[in-house]
Design a protein. Structure first.
Ligand code: ZN
Length: 245
């Protein structure tokens, strides 16, 4: 397991590389003067932890984006409807969360269709499993008409490794900036630390004037935003989903 410093360097260099290599296709953060932060939750929905996260978000009047696994969504469709009913947003995290080499267009479109079946809308946002990027994945995202959403490297709490509530908390409150996209996990393992830390983080950052928005809301601040084939439709969808809140 690489050290924290090395992991951060890889993440930072990766961001610089991809922002240069595939400009406007991959979102890591946005530059904005608004004190907005986008929280994201991967690997759910989970029957225990997603509910807990939802309660915490509601308590702080916060919204977030949930990158769901198709198989999980199939098993817990009611959770998806609840999330969206509370003003949260759903993104695609593939059907079965395969490793990089096994990611296919089918993995992406299957997850799209289960989400569409439950919510009546197809997600625009895609987060590749494990946060791995390659030319192939960038191409798959383009072909399936998705924007890839990564996260801001200096606020990655690596909560999946269960580093402790205070580690998760301090990683984010010490490094948070307007326009950041924060990655958490509400599924895929025990997430008690995440639930507790998110509650504390929301409390602290709210006092600093931050508002917690979805990636779809945040994307409107993205200067490099260049949607794929059907820009007017995508813009309408994103504006519509923001206006619905
Ligand atoms: Zn994942």
């Amino acid at each position: 397991m690489p050290s924290d410093a090395l992991t951060q360097k890889i993440a930072r260099d990766g961001q610089l590389y991809w922002e240069h290599h595939a400009p406007g296709r991959i979102l890591y953060s946005v530059q904005t003067k608004k004190r907005w932060i986008a929280f994201t939750f991967d690997d759910g929905p989970d029957p225990i932890y997603t509910q807990q996260i939802l309660r915490v978000l509601k308590r702080h009047a916060a919204h977030a984006t949930f990158f769901v696994v198709g198989q999980q969504a199939r098993a817990y469709p009611k959770l998806l409807r609840e999330l969206v009913g509370e003003g949260n947003e759903i993104g695609n995290h593939t059907e079965r969360h395969p490793q990089e080499g096994r990611l296919t267009a089918d993995e992406i479109t299957s997850c799209d269709s289960v989400i569409h079946g439950i919510l009546g809308v197809t997600p625009v946002l895609l987060r590749p499993p494990g946060g791995r990027l390659s030319d192939r994945i960038v191409d798959l995202a383009e072909r399936t008409q998705h924007i890839i959403v990564m996260w801001t490297w200096d606020v990655d709490p690596r909560d999946w490794s269960q580093p402790g509530v205070m580690r998760i908390f301090s990683r984010i409150v010490e490094n948070a900036d307007p326009g950041d996209i924060v990655i958490f996990h509400d599924g895929g393992g025990p997430r008690t630390q995440t639930v507790k830390a998110v509650d504390m983080i929301l409390e602290t950052l709210s006092q600093q004037g931050y508002k917690f928005v979805t990636v779809g809301q945040m994307i409107k601040e993205w200067k490099d935003y260049r949607p794929y084939r059907n820009p007017s439709q995508l813009h309408t969808e994103i504006n519509q989903s923001a206006a619905d809140r």
